[in-house]
Design a protein around this ligand. Sequence first.
Ligand code: GLV
Ligand code: GLV
Length: 327
Amino acid sequence: MTHKIYISQPIPENALKILRDGGLEVETNTDNRVLEKSELMQAIQGKDGLLSLLTDTVDAEVLSANPNLKIVSNYAVGYNNIDVQAATERNILVTNTPGVLTETTADLAFALLMASARKLLEADKFTRAGKFHKWEPLGFLGQDIHGATLGIVGAGKIGTATARKGHKGFGMRILYFDPNENDYLNNELQATKVSLEELLQESDFVSLHVPLIEKTHHLIGAQELSLMKPTAYLINTARGPVVDEATLAEALQKGTIAGAGLDVYENEPDVHPDLLNLDNVILAPHIASASIHTRQEMARIAAENIVAFFEGEDIPSPVNPEILSHS
Ligand code: GLV
Ligand code: GLV
């Protein structure tokens, strides 16, 4: 019997080829919009696998809609959109796409950091508005990036890559907050593992790289922002709910911190209205992994996870591998 896969929105074509070459039948939602939950539940009827996006809420209700569903392959490294425990209870494998987007995401963290520090977007608007009349000794004064202190919150793959770019490219001093010691950061980048409090107090740039779990929800709130230097910047390429967004808008308004560079939001695709009116924040629409090459690589891995599963081969990146031992 041919296994059937549902893809919840168009993704790079190479995934389709891998799935079809793997003998699978593929159906894609060709509407360029996120499906309502009821539509997703309907769409997975008769399917053996779902290739989901981070914008799909795959909770217990969705997973229960089709008792024959065997795999949910998320087209993302983060999988907070999936109730993994509910999947495990139903013997459904969940997979993600780690590794391939590490450097690309860290590149964007750095782009936000640099553009924030040097007021690049404000300067661009100024030039386009025809306001560039003379060179100004006191115009658009920002913060130095080279030699500054970069605080990495969450020293996984992406946090480590961001730290490496900062240290090797710009001679930045690296502080990090993580439950674990990171030998590469300690030994190769002379980084120091510190408390979150110390990191916030000492860093010129704070870059977030934690997954969204219960413990990291609103990890950065009013208290944490108040510890940061008034000259410091907050960069978030992780997940929006890690930051209390209303509080951040207030801190940016009051000048508690100098600015922020955001790629993710608490209630995507909504952005807190106060942020939209502020000049000291850069707002990107969740594009950290959006390079042509990386999105193709994510498509490849998402498809290979599915093919490997149905062929009984080793799964490249299982999130709940425990179900494989008793299936
Ligand atoms: C993007 O946010 C991802 O988790 O891959
Ligand atoms: C994801 O790949 C991470 O560990 O940061």
